[in-house]
Design a protein around this ligand. Sequence first.
Ligand code: AP5
Length: 232
Amino acid sequence: MNLILFGPPGAGKGTQAEILINKYNIVQISTGDMLREAQKDETDLGRKVASIMAKGELVTDEIVIGLIEKKLTNDENEIGFIFDGFPRTLAQADALGNLLDSIGQSLDHVVELYVDDEKLVQRIIGRFTCSSCGELYHKITKPPKNEGICDVCGSKDKFNFRQDDNEDSLKIRLLAYYRDTSPLIGYYHVFNKLRKINGLGSVDEIQNKIRNFIKKKAEELKLDFFDLIKQK
Ligand code: AP5
């Protein structure tokens, strides 16, 4: 199964992807994480990417598509992928279709998580992660149970705030979303693959809505299959 989780910064793509990969045993591909990883290399590419991301702008299609191509070709025997934060432009959407095709796979579902801007700002400004195990926290909605100590791995005072999680960068990230990424809603709508899900509510509620959509779509496909057999 191949699924795109689509939505503005802070919509909950990463949070939901992490739960879905365990449920469906598929691989998460987050271009944001891949690009943050690339920054750790002291290369020209790493430095270029770091300055673009800190400002909240989109990294070029060429760089991002190159990363995805490498990943899909290396992992082509996986049973499926969740794309989190990719594609973000029409050129990336076209490239994804071609790349999946080239490894004998196709896109099954696109889930758009929508959340109003005010809520997105609250979610993003306040987010931090444990630098040891990656557990996600929020200053107000999900602080560690004991201040300064990670609930999951117990490490002390090792928390990361993302460089682009500030109001100035967030404004530019939102603008990039509405200008360059939201046209993909129409792009996938015409392929009848898109489901819009309200991203407000508890993490479990949203997870259930996504799973119900996947289940319903799978049943529709089964019905199509039986109709096809009956016609033969
Ligand atoms: P990326 O890392 O993809 O960031 P983003 O799209 O801005 O999304 P976020 O990770 O901020 O949010 P999310 O939707 O995953 O929400 P999360 O689950 O974390 O991209 C970063 C940058 O990389 C881009 O700006 C760009 O420069 C570059 N880039 C990446 N991909 C690119 C591409 N394809 N092309 C070009 N450039 C690219 O949740 C957010 C917060 O809300 C958390 O604190 C969480 O705990 C909380 N939360 C989640 N769900 C709920 C809920 N239901 N209720 C309450 N709180 C919740």
